[in-house]
Design a protein around this ligand. Structure first.
Ligand SMILES: [Zn+2]
Ligand SMILES: [Zn+2]
Length: 441
């Protein structure tokens, strides 16, 4: 055996996220502890990690950088590792001195610990950012130039010094592109997708100026923000100003067992995350139908990869699946006690409404998106296959919607737009609106 094959490594690892969450990456260098001056921050590595991670939180990226580096060390037959990290949080949690509070990070912590026990001898220490520039550069390389990052990993070389990069005004690197017309976000890619399948469908439309794309960064830079409004005790609506795409609101239902975000928005920023956290965070996201998928994966990532409930009948419409995606089957599912998703079909086969048993002071509320839409005379509702293109629903579909919600008691109906609320007698409003609709067919 070649005695120069390294078995003991000093690992410098770093995660980067541009926005929290935002496009994220992991970087690390593995240095031979028995080579020349291993603790020199510029020591030549025997292996490197430079890996794009998609839209992630900073903590997720930090942990993933450690795990990927440890996996590489194990693959190289490591018998000892010394971790040097600029995240004090990760060091303290690895050493077991601080608890891991974020549920979504617990599996990452467990994975890192199991890799460390497989290696046997290990230590972790905190050093300032200045000594971790090599790992930081690799994480940024993965964000700026994924193919160069892949090449660097294959060659085991440090990131090249970015010559001239600062002079280039064009943003470089993959983006999670957002369709301007429907607001749905797509997975990271260097170029925007060719088309948006959701807008090509006959229930939507391609914008009159053709298919156009934006990004979260562009929306932030053009002054978008989310506005919070109290609807009733336990219910807050969240809407983006200026309006993006379809312009619906999301509704945050607060219960003693956790909060559910009903439907989703395209826009999210640090201020939104802080305000939602102040309201108790998000335990789960539930979405009525594909037009409101928006940036669901980014929202989920911001709240510990919380589950995103989408009916499995609409699985083909999911453009950007994330780790939280929960495709549910059947007629109903209770997301939290007193919060039940009901598959109504109609607008889409997987269209759903959310029944909130404690809403309207215990008389019940139905959150409908546009599975059932409150019309301008708010004592009434309607049902459509396509709203923008005015394509009605078949009679049998309307009857199926009414039957799906008939077993539930509810006084109030909250549909997709601000103010579209049937305040009283909601259950009878659905029944008589369906009769009226069918009489005119
Ligand atoms: Zn679209
Ligand atoms: Zn719709």
């Amino acid at each position: 055996m070649d005695k120069r094959i390294a078995r003991r490594f000093l690992i410098r690892a770093d995660g980067a996220a541009r926005g929290n969450p935002g496009p994220a990456a992991a970087g690390a260098v593995l240095i031979d502890l028995d080579g020349p001056s291993p603790s020199n921050p510029d020591a030549l590595p025997v292996a490197v990690i430079a890996r794009p991670l998609g839209i992630r939180t900073n903590n997720f990226a930090e942990w993933t950088a450690v795990i990927l580096a440890l996996e590489r060390a194990v693959a190289l037959g490591a018998s000892e590792v010394q971790l040097v990290l600029d995240s004090k949080l990760v060091v303290e949690q690895l050493m077991g001195r601080w608890r891991v509070k974020e549920p979504s990070l617990a599996p990452l912590h467990a994975r890192a610990r199991s890799l460390l026990s497989a290696i046997g001898t290990w230590s972790a220490r905190h050093e300032g950012r200045a000594s971790n520039t090599a790992a930081d550069a690799l994480a940024n390389l993965a964000l700026d130039d994924p193919s160069a990052a892949q090449a660097a990993e294959a060659a085991g070389t440090p990131a090249p010094t970015p010559v001239g990069r600062a002079a280039d005004p064009r943003p470089v690197g993959p983006e999670a592109w957002i369709c301007l017309t429907c607001g749905v976000q797509y997975p990271l890619s260097d170029e925007p997708p060719v088309e948006c399948p959701i807008c090509l469908d006959e229930r939507q439309y391609v914008g009159w100026d053709g298919q156009r794309w934006t990004t979260m960064t562009a929306l932030r830079e053009t002054g978008h923000r989310n506005v919070f409004t109290d609807e009733e005790p336990g219910l807050t609506s969240i809407a983006t100003e200026p309006v993006i795409a379809i312009g619906q609101r999301a509704l945050l239902v607060a219960t003693p067992r956790g909060n559910v975000l009903w439907d989703c928005l395209t826009y999210i920023d640090d201020d939104t995350v802080q305000r939602v956290r102040a309201l108790g965070g998000i335990t789960a996201i539930a979405i009525s139908h594909p037009h409101f998928y928006d940036s669901m994966t980014t929202w989920s990532a911001a709240f510990g990869d919380c589950p995103v409930y989408i009916h499995s009948a609409d699985r083909e419409w999911v453009q950007y699946p994330g780790p939280g995606l929960r495709l549910w089957d059947g007629a109903t599912i209770e997301v939290l006690p007193g919060l039940t998703l009901i598959n109504t079909g109609g607008h889409f086969p997987g269209s759903a409404v959310l029944h909130w048993a404690d809403g309207a002071q215990g008389r019940g509320a139905l959150l409908t998106g546009d599975s059932i839409t409150v019309v301008s005379d708010r004592r009434w509702v309607s049902f459509m296959y396509s709203y923008p293109n005015l394509i009605p629903l078949a009679d049998a579909e309307v009857r199926a919607i009414v039957e799906a919600v008939r077993p539930y008691a509810y006084e109030r109906i909250y549909s997709l737009f601000d103010g579209r609320v049937t305040v009283t007698d909601g259950r009878r409003a659905v029944e008589r609106s369906a009769e009226r609709y069918l009489a005119h067919r």
